[in-house]
Design a protein around this ligand. Structure first.
Ligand SMILES: Nc1ncnc2c1ncn2[C@@H]1O[C@H](COP(=O)(O)OP(=O)(O)OP(=O)(O)O)[C@@H](O)[C@H]1O
Length: 470
């Protein structure tokens, strides 16, 4: 058994965004140094422990208890001090959570400021402090924005929508298009939480299953949904008058274009909107295809883009475990099961079949796991995610259906039981990034474990490493 630690020091200050650095006070430097030393100690210690744990597995002295207790230590050391860590990261110019401003300085409405603080947000993240002034400017400015998974994009555009809405007008004014039913519901929840003290603003979901009577005109100011239903509501059923829309948000653009039909539907919605409607597009990754889609849909945009090496988060440690077969991967997983369930874990498989098999085998071993895969009804999928979010299940076995956007704060471990590959068997770098981004949300520490079972999968992992230069 071998391990690969891809941890590299955080990159230097980014020049890709117009952020003014603040002078570091002695106090800040001392705090950061102290934190970093503790962090390095914890990392070295953790690495050593993981190495031992993996070595034991290799030597086939599969001693469940000690392997588990070592991994437990590793994971615990990654779970402590998260609040402190977020605070430190928000003061570190190289962090995506860095901020020189407070929410007060962003001139939010008082009701929204209360909503933000009520959610426990102390300071904006980099994407929030950079994007919000552009999104709230008059006249409206368009934006194409990239930021790493879990750095606060959703919160940013939700704030923008809530800021622009006129609560005295009872018709849709903001449309937000998400690639999946689950993501639409999740964003809706953020709108509800953030708009808690702004009850005049109402929200409706344009998602499959939400059937409205013919001829109805919506009174809610914000509509959030998936592209197909949103398009029907704007054109076929005319529940929405697209000419009255002020803000159009396209979330997870990379996922959107990966789904058959979503790209065209989004473009058709956009074509119905007035010229002065504000267009906002967000994505965690920007391959060439996403980029050209973004430019088609967002005219004259402001652009916030990351450099390639900034795409992965340094708060997520990435390892790999070498095995020889699917069964060996399963055995290795059983050995570390106690560790991964200290908090919550997501296990990604390439196919529904493997996910079903793995969930079945883990259950037979007496482990309590949840299974989420594409063939389930959307309502069933939402219920599984809800149970997982409430912590009723500690482990979720899934396919790529859950790789993107799902925000469950307590996920501290992501396991790639199968590495992500595209239809041609090439590494799927974007999916890799989205999968590991389910952990390490907003500065929390996370662990990603990749299971390698052949020369071919080792080659794929190496290519993923090369792609991100990490
Ligand atoms: N300023 C903030 N302070 C503290 N927590 C925050 C802040 N902004 C967002 N969060 C929290 O961080 C987590 C990730 O935020 P969010 O879902 O907005 O990120 P995202 O960039 O949209 O992620 P993804 O790319 O995976 O969709 C959420 O749990 C959110 O509540």
């Amino acid at each position: 058994m071998q391990y690969g630690d891809t941890f590299t020091p955080p990159p230097g200050p980014s020049d890709s965004r117009p952020v003014k650095p603040v002078p570091f006070t002695v106090f800040t430097v001392v705090r950061v140094c102290l934190f970093e030393s503790l962090h390095v100690y914890a990392s070295v210690h953790s690495l050593f422990s993981l190495y031992q744990c993996l070595l034991r597995l290799l030597l086939n002295s599969v001693d469940n208890k000690s392997a588990q207790s070592l991994l437990n230590k590793l994971i615990r050391s990654n779970l402590v001090n998260t609040t402190n860590q977020v605070e430190v990261l928000q003061k570190d110019p190289s962090s995506p959570l860095y901020s020189v401003r407070s929410f007060e300085e962003l001139h939010l409405k008082p009701q929204l400021l209360r909503g933000v603080y009520g959610m426990g947000f102390n300071r904006p993240s980099k994407i929030q402090e950079t994007a919000l002034p552009m999104m709230l400017a008059e006249p409206a400015q368009n934006l194409i924005a990239q930021s790493q998974s879990g750095t606060g994009k959703t919160a940013a555009f939700v704030l923008a929508m809530l800021s622009h809405v006129d609560p005295n007008l009872n018709h849709p004014q903001c449309l937000c298009v998400s690639p999946t039913y689950e993501l639409a519901l999740q964003t809706g929840k953020v709108i509800e939480q953030m708009g808690k003290h702004y009850p005049e603003v109402k929200l409706v979901y344009a998602i499959r299953g939400n059937k409205l009577p013919r001829g109805m005109k919506l009174e809610e100011q914000i509509v959030i949904g998936t592209p197909g239903t949103m398009l029907d509501w704007c054109s076929k059923f005319r529940f929405i008058d697209p000419k009255k829309i002020k803000v159009f948000v396209l979330d997870e653009a990379d996922v959107m274009i990966a789904t058959q039909g979503h790209q065209d539907q989004s473009i058709r919605i956009q074509r119905m909107l007035p010229k002065n409607c504000q267009m906002l597009l967000f994505s965690a990754t920007f391959e060439e295809s996403v980029w050209s889609f973004a430019q088609r849909i967002v005219p004259e945009p402001n652009i916030i883009k990351l450099k390639r090496e900034e795409e992965t988060l340094d708060t997520i440690k990435q390892y790999y475990v070498l095995c020889n077969s699917k069964e060996e991967k399963f055995q290795a997983l059983c050995n570390i099961y106690g560790g991964i369930t200290i908090a919550q874990a997501m296990i990604f498989c390439h196919t529904r079949k493997t996910a079903g098999w793995l969930a079945g085998e883990l259950s037979r071993e007496g482990h309590q796991v949840a299974l989420l895969s594409g063939e389930m009804q959307v309502e069933q999928r939402a219920a599984v995610i809800e149970r997982f979010r409430d912590g009723k299940e500690k482990v979720l076995v899934t396919t790529n259906v859950c790789a993107r956007g799902i925000d469950v704060e307590q996920v501290s471990v992501v396991i790639n039981f199968d590495l992500p590959v595209d239809r041609e068997g090439n590494p799927d770098n974007e999916t890799y990034l989205h999968r590991i981004g389910r952990t390490g949300r907003f500065g929390k520490r996370g662990l990603a474990i990749n299971m390698v079972d052949s020369k071919m999968s080792m080659n794929i992992l190496n290519r993923i490493q090369d792609h991100f230069s990490k």
